[in-house]
Every structure is written in C-alpha cells, then in structure tokens.
Write a new protein. Structure first.
Length: 293
C-alpha cells in the first residue's frame, strides 16, 4: 500500500515520492498518423505497486542520479531527462540529487519509466518552487514519452490520440493479479509488425464497458513471445476474474478481481515457474495535488 500522505517534504528540502504502475485495461489501435505514430484508444488505471524516488535539493545546478539502472546511461535515464528538461524550460538554477528505488519491472508494459519521469516533474515542480500548472507540465511530459502525460494528469483516464488526449474516467474498486513473464518485449517491434491490425472501430463516446475491450497488440506479442501466451492462458483459466488482458505492449498480463481475497487466492495457485503480485486499483495518482490546476 502507498502511504496515506503519499509524499512528504522536510525542513532540509527533501522529497520522497511514489511512482505508481499503470495498467491498460484495453488498448485499441484505431489508425496511424502520417508521421508513423499509431492512433490509440485505451483506459489507464493506476495501481498501488510503485517505484519510489527521493529528491534532495542541491546548492548548485547539477542533476545527479545516485542509483543508475544497469544498462541505462545516466543521460538517457528518464528521471534525469525529466529533471534537465524542467530545469531548462523553467530557467531555474536549482539542482537535485535523485535516488530511485526500482520495483516496477522494466519493459513490462506497466509504465515504470514514464511514471518515474512524471513523478520527477511533479516533485521538482514543488521542490524547486516553480508552481507550474498541470497543463504546462503535461506538455513537457509529452516531450519525454507518450505515456508520461497520464501520470501527470493524475486520474484514471480514457486516452486517445497517441495517448495524450485524456479524459477522467470513474472505475469500480478492483484488485489485480499481475504476472511478470521473464521476457523483454520490444515495443517498436510490436508496433511495426505486419501482423498488427490498425483498424479497430473507435469507441465514440463513453460510458462504455471496459470488459468489452481488448488489446490489439496481444495477438502479435503472444505469437512472438510464447511465455507471454503461456501466462495469459493460465490467467484465463482462473475462476471469479472479471477480465484478463495484457497491459501495454507486454510482457506483463493481469486478471481483475472484485476483492483482495479473490486476487490473493488466485496468486496462491501460481505455478512455481511463474512470478506475480497482487495490487489494488487506485482512484487517482497519489501525487495528484502536486500540480496547480
């Protein structure tokens, strides 16, 4: 569970903040722009499984990540890129030390890197005393990646365009069993696949049934990565789940349950060669109030 306050500041100008994972409850590919970007419709839901970031104000203008991710050069890290972009666009002379506690699997479709970038923007907006409005941070976030804006938007959302056109959506209470196959899916490879359909009929106007949606990327990923297909098929055999799907471009897959008890009972049945965890669906991002409206 995330802490009730979700983020706190102390007198020494430090912040400790969560970066929650997200699920795509469905993901429809409805077209493609001339520049090659795919047009999507999806529902984003935040869950209470998160990375955690710690920020400390520096007396100089340096941006320093003290916990680099293996295989990711510091200048390519989304936290560093977010901090430097905000620094550049705001004109601030402030710097920051960043410490990242990584829990969200990389390359799993749970939005970990995007969430880390959004939390960095939201936290530094406060730590550096910028008082930027949410709309301004949203535009900045989109420059870092298509999934970054929803974490700044701060509410479960119906998304269109390349994922940046966001409308708040009310979702029922839910618990999720999320499985993490030990493969790394190439998002670029999936979106460029000749097997990917790009003509799902767009949903016109909410409300709509989330359970009636699907993930257009799922068949492509399952054919290319048998481990994802195996995990997904195991979930589909469970009783009492309200829906089962792959999130994003994978590799993570999930089933939704009405209660924590049902989700944990499913987790207890997990085969020894599969890994997963249970997370509760959130009503909104825990740092929702870190940006001005």
């Amino acid at each position: 569970m995330l802490e009730p306050a979700e983020a706190h500041v102390d007198s020494t100008a430090k912040l400790s903040c969560p970066a929650p994972a997200k699920l795509n409850l469905f993901l429809h590919v409805v077209g493609r722009r001339e520049d090659g970007y795919h047009l999507l419709q999806t529902v984003f839901r935040f869950v209470d499984f998160s990375d955690r970031l710690h920020f400390a104000l520096r007396t100089d203008s340096a941006v320093k990540l003290h916990t680099p991710t293996a295989g990711v050069p510091e200048d390519n890290d989304l936290c560093v890129r977010a901090a430097k972009l905000l620094q550049q666009e705001s004109g601030t002379s402030a710097g920051v030390d960043i410490f990242l506690e990584k829990r969200i699997p990389m390359g799993g479709g749970l939005g970990g890197g995007s969430s880390d970038a959004a939390t960095t923007l939201l936290a530094l907006n406060r730590l550096w005393g910028l008082a930027w409005q949410r709309s301004r941070l949203l535009k900045l976030g989109l420059r870092l990646g298509a999934d970054v804006p929803v974490f700044i938007f701060g509410e479960n959302a119906f998304a269109q365009g390349i994922g940046e056109k966001l409308s708040p959506i009310a979702l029922p209470p839910a618990w999720y069993l999320i499985l993490t196959p030990s493969v790394h899916v190439s998002t670029a490879q999936v979106f460029t696949s000749k097997e990917l359909t790009r003509n799902t009929i767009p949903i016109k106007i909410p409300p709509f049934s989330v359970e009636c949606g699907h993930n257009d990327l799922e068949p492509v990923v399952c054919r290319t990565y048998p481990e994802v297909a195996r995990h997904l098929e195991w979930l589909k055999r469970l009783d009492n789940s309200r829906m089962t799907a792959m999130t994003g471009s994978g590799a993570c897959v999930f089933s939704e349950f009405a209660t924590e008890r049902a989700a944990k009972a499913a987790l207890a049945q997990l085969p020894f060669d599969m890994n997963g965890f249970v997370a509760q669906g959130l009503n909104r991002h825990p740092m929702h109030d870190f940006a001005e409206q």
